[in-house]
Design a protein around this ligand. Sequence first.
Ligand SMILES: [Zn+2]
Length: 266
Amino acid sequence: MTGNKERFVMIFDTHAHYDDEAFDEDRDAVLSSLNEKGVGTVVNICASPDSLKRIRSLTAKYPFVYGAAGIHPDHAGELTEEMFQEISRLADEEKIVAIGEIGLDYYWDTAPHEVQRQWFLRQLDLAVEKDLPVVIHSREAAQETLEIMRAAYQQSGGTLRGVIHCFSGSAEIAKEYTDMGFYIGVGGVVTFKNGKKLKEVVETMPLDKLVIETDCPYLAPVPHRGKRNDSTLLTLVIEEIAALRGMTAEEVERLTEENARALYRL
Ligand SMILES: [Zn+2]
């Protein structure tokens, strides 16, 4: 590496769940070794009420770990006013850089749609109020999520921003989001044989809106599919994106790191 402009590029994992019980046995060993394996930054995303309680222990212990506070639609039925106030308090903390993950999940359908929608809207409003990006989860609810996001974006006067995590929609829907300035989160699914739709999104979307994510412990890329995922496996996602876009892996790593910093304002 020569020249003043060169710097050591590192992987930015925009969406991880290191508080998940899948890491109970070796959490510190995994997290402590990430930097030396080329991972520079991780945003740990809250999903359940329990992870809201645990998020601080990770962000306080590891300088490179940031957090997002929010409740996943699968847990919307457990959300209380008190919990919502806790999310609001966390949002004021320096290392909490987003509200999420929030959205709609009509696949697992663990909470009534009306309850999911209500808390989704409340948390979107909170993000606008706190001037934080949102991390959006949408499963089997692509059209309705887009409609809610479009309305919230307009209502916010164009200030609502964020990422559509583990994007699973069509290239057309991706364009609707990127036209509003939202980022598209791409992870292990892009390496799957049945990931054709996502490959098409990656091929056609604007590169300045592309970020990478593990969603670990879930969604490990091929050839680790089905096993526990972690941020070091993002090299496989980077290689796939590089092949799809005719770029080098280093270019993709640099680009997605810069995009992630812009998304979370880090
Ligand atoms: Zn997630």
